[in-house]
Design a protein around this ligand. Structure first.
Ligand SMILES: Nc1ncnc2c1ncn2[C@@H]1O[C@H](COP(=O)(O)OP(=O)(O)OP(=O)(O)O)[C@@H](O)[C@H]1O
Length: 315
């Protein structure tokens, strides 16, 4: 089984510390989402793992070895870093054939990955005529070419249409099920939530979290309960009387009780005889959890828009 091991990794560009004493392990058999604000150091870390840059200090290894020392590296590690990497004047098929030949990969793999990426019908076209999504598919096909145990994909959903997004999600899940090591960076939180088992989160080059996804959300987002009644006055008084913080949305008539569990609120309202139309636990989302964690680690933020409270009545 092949792990990616990053140990005390540091990379400085001039005065900028892009990666700062970073240590984590990417395990096989699961998809690890690699998250962090713009400039957090995700791409730099991937480049260091691939030996495309030299670390200032520390190590990054694949299966215990530096990438540069791997024999036939494309058979061990497949990577998508830059979808523009293919030569525009070549056809997609020829681009992959050249890659296969230089890495002693069987030519039959070319047709297999073209098919896998949905590019068979356009494989004879020059890459310069490809859309961003098609280039992205070609980059993923190239990453899969050597049937590698380790895959590192930098924002693979970029430019993909909805069908392509579903494809890449299923592909990553399947690769993990096959026991491969899959590291995927993304800024799309809903997407990441749909495919990642585990998360590594960076902020300003440092490790902010290395945790299973569900645990990450549960520790960052307090539990909430959604509740609707025919007697708002009674419910409001009951929650208030028991020290619960609750907000009622005027449009839907739903209350959201923060920091509460559905079993407790259910018992409370049942005992008090408050009629209930709806009662549900509200799951925290990855986006909420991520924003809570990275609030202080975001270098580049737009001025927040002025928010309006609408018709919410808060208690
Ligand atoms: N070749 C380089 N020369 C100088 N600075 C660089 C270089 N590559 C990256 N950096 C700097 O290192 C920091 C980390 O950049 P990196 O691209 O790794 O972040 P990222 O997390 O991938 O960001 P994004 O989400 O925007 O892709 C940034 O401050 C960036 O400007």
């Amino acid at each position: 089984m092949t792990r990616i091991d990053v140990h005390e990794l540091t990379k400085e560009y001039g005065g900028t510390r892009a990666v700062d004493r970073l240590s984590f392990t990417v395990e096989p058999g699961r998809v690890t989402g690699f998250l962090g604000p713009n400039g957090a150091g995700k791409s730099t870390t991937m480049r260091l793992v691939l030996g495309l840059d030299r670390p200032t200090s520390g190590t990054a290894t694949v299966g215990g070895r530096a990438y540069a020392s791997l024999d036939q590296p494309l058979r061990r590690v497949g990577a998508l870093l830059d979808p523009q990497a293919a030569h525009g004047s070549r056809t997609a098929r020829n681009h992959l054939r050249a890659l296969a030949a230089s890495n002693r990969i069987a030519a039959t793999r070319v047709e297999a990955v073209l098919d896998e990426a949905g590019l068979s019908a356009v494989a004879g076209r020059r890459v310069r005529t490809y859309s961003l999504g098609m280039r992205q598919r070609l980059g993923i096909a190239a990453a899969l070419l050597g049937d590698p145990e380790v895959l590192m994909l930098d924002e693979p959903s970029n430019g993909l249409d909805p069908e392509g997004i579903i494809w890449i999600r299923e592909l990553m899940r399947r690769l993990a099920r096959e026991g491969r090591t899959v590291l995927v960076s993304s800024h799309l939180m809903n997407e990441t939530a749909s495919f990642a088992d585990h998360l590594v989160v960076l902020g300003r080059g440092r490790l902010l979290a290395d945790t299973p996804m569900r645990e990450f959300i549960d520790t960052q987002v307090r539990p909430r309960v959604r509740i609707r009644t025919t007697d708002d006055a009674a419910l409001g008084a009951l929650l208030d009387g028991h020290g619960h913080r609750a907000v009622r949305d005027a449009d839907s008539g739903r209350w959201t009780v923060t920091d509460a569990r559905v079993a407790d609120i259910g018992k409370l309202t049942a005992r008090a005889g408050v009629p209930i139309l709806e009662l549900a636990a509200e799951e925290g989302t990855l986006e909420e959890a991520y924003l809570a964690l990275t609030a202080d680690a975001t270098e580049y933020t737009a001025r927040p828009a002025r928010t309006t409270t609408g018709q919410e009545a808060s208690r």
